[in-house]
Ligand binder design. Structure first.
Ligand code: CO
Length: 226
């Protein structure tokens, strides 16, 4: 049901000031900016690989985002997953008794969108979006690699996300594991591929499953030795 992280939403005081960092310093291209009166925000999407960063400036102090800003300050606000049919996804979740803020899709900056209630997702505000057309990956100097969510009980929270969104478990940090670093990453991954070693390939990192490394959880990342 879920294709990828469509965007990560960040509340800012002023879009123009946030552009000075996200667009001008980091170099993320501005994809779209719009005023969404029903959501009480002026919002912008900037490309970060095949995901985006969404900046949200409240239109006033009494809007939901304005109240968030007053209470928590600038920072991470929500996370948005892309789904091929947000309406169908909301129906499935509703039938399962999941707490939703939107039971039907509505237009947003990322296309048709709907929000789950944070209490359904271990306190994380999650948005689902179906973009209007095929997503064109904008060239950007930085890519979103992963989003780390704080959790009191990592295993339970991972279970919530897996059951709601059907995510496979990639790796559970916290268990015993051996971390290795390698300079010639492509040769290493080619040998692992050739050997058929059970593993999870990431960008610049690979996790060898214990079945392939004599019972040891190996995490190997690309590293340039000084
Ligand atoms: Co959003």
């Amino acid at each position: 049901m879920i294709r990828r992280i469509h965007h990560v939403g960040i509340v800012v005081k002023r879009l123009t000031e946030a552009y000075a960092f996200y667009r001008d310093v980091l170099g993320l291209p501005l994809v779209r900016e719009a005023q969404l009166v029903d959501q009480g925000v002026r919002a912008a999407l900037l490309a970060a690989g095949d995901s985006e960063i969404e900046l949200l400036e409240p239109l006033g102090p009494s809007t939901p985002v304005g109240r968030f800003l007053a209470r928590r300050g600038e920072g991470l606000h929500h996370l948005c997953f892309e789904t091929p049919d947000v309406g169908a996804s909301l129906v499935v979740l509703k039938d399962r008794g999941v707490d939703l803020l939107d039971t039907a899709p509505r237009p947003g900056l990322a296309g048709q969108i709907g929000f789950l209630h944070p209490r359904a997702c271990s306190g994380v505000l999650v948005e689902l979006a179906t973009p209007p057309g095929p997503t064109l990956e904008e060239p950007s100097p930085l890519r979103l690699k992963r989003l780390v969510i704080g959790a009191e009980d990592v295993r339970a929270t991972a279970g919530v996300f897996q059951s709601l969104f059907g995510f496979p478990e990639v790796a559970m940090n916290g268990g015993p594991r051996t971390m290795l670093a390698v300079e010639d990453f492509s040769t290493l991954t080619a040998s692992l591929r050739e050997a058929g070693t059970p593993r999870l390939d990431g960008t610049g990192e690979v996790t060898v499953e214990p079945a392939g490394s004599h019972g040891v959880h190996l995490h190997i990342s690309r590293y340039t030795f000084p």
